[in-house]
Design a protein around this ligand. Structure first.
Ligand SMILES: CC(=O)[C@@H](O)[C@H](O)COP(=O)(O)O
Ligand SMILES: NCC(=O)COP(=O)(O)O
Length: 251
């Protein structure tokens, strides 16, 4: 079974476009969980344009009460900014089951690459250790590069999250590069499995590109937000979650 963790960033983005609490992020999390989602993902950023620290706290409580996986993603090197305490203090306070470290710069529109661990490995290692000591599983956002995945193991990660943006784009463009891109993801996954790393994946996954990606060797979890939220506009949030759960199950 491949777990579906719903990313609620886009629900928070709509809320933040006005004053008030509409739509209510926690209520939408409940809808996702009631519809069969296996977990909730958020990706707070220092500019707080979508998920904010209070959302992380509220969703952490909800997921703990339901014994559901909570996954907090973000840049471990982004320090405090305004009322944003920084990823590490927020994660150590709220204790999600999983923290996915992502090498975003503060001004990025969205995540668009995995870690270069030749550059960042040494400064990531103590952060990974600190999170693991706190009982939090650590996943690293990675491109499908075998050398880099070997380094992910060396710096102490539990899992990798394969960055699926280029795969999704190749599907959307019906690109001739699709087969080699997916083959590279499969080779990276096989290598991760061989090293004993768990495998997650995410970014721009949708109902069109998931049927192939779900066949990735050893895939344990996908986190999906943008496309699922767009589908929810058409079919309703609960129906969208059911559609993704079924798609992941090959139905
Ligand atoms: C790591 C990743 O791919 C996601 O966390 C993504 O960056 C978050 O989604 P938004 O960019 O839509 O907020
Ligand atoms: N880790 C990827 C994620 O949480 C959601 O990415 P997207 O589906 O919003 O592109």
């Amino acid at each position: 079974m491949i777990a579906l963790s719903v990313n609620l960033n886009k629900i928070a983005l709509i809320r933040n476009s006005r004053e008030g609490n509409f739509p209510d992020v926690v209520a939408h999390a409940r809808t996702c969980l009631d519809a069969g989602a296996d977990g909730i993902t958020v990706h707070p950023r220092p500019d707080q344009r979508h998920i904010r620290p209070h959302d992380v706290r509220d969703l952490s409580s909800l997921c703990a009460a339901r014994n559901i996986e909570f996954n907090v993603e973000g840049n471990p090197f982004a320090g405090p900014a305004g009322s944003y305490p920084g990823l590490l203090p927020l994660v150590l306070e709220t204790k999600p089951q999983q923290c996915t470290l992502v090498p975003d710069s503060n001004d990025q529109l969205t995540s668009d690459h995995g870690f270069d661990l030749k550059k960042d490995g040494a400064r990531l290692e103590p952060i990974i250790q600190q999170l693991r000591d706190a009982g939090i599983r650590v996943s690293l956002f990675m491109d499908p590069d075998k050398t880099q995945i070997g380094l992910a193991k060396e710096v102490g990660a539990d899992r990798i999250e394969l960055y699926t943006g280029p795969y999704a784009e190749a599907v959307a463009r019906q690109s001739k590069d699709l087969d080699p891109i997916f083959a590279a993801h499969c080779a990276a996954a096989e290598h991760a499995l061989h090293l004993g790393l768990g495998i997650n994946a995410g970014h721009d996954l949708n109902l069109i590109n998931l049927p192939r990606y779900r066949t990735l060797p050893g895939l344990q979890e996908v986190s999906i937000g943008h496309a699922l939220t767009v589908d929810a506009i058409n079919m309703g949030l609960a129906n969208a979650v059911v559609a993704y759960v079924n798609c992941l199950a090959g139905k």
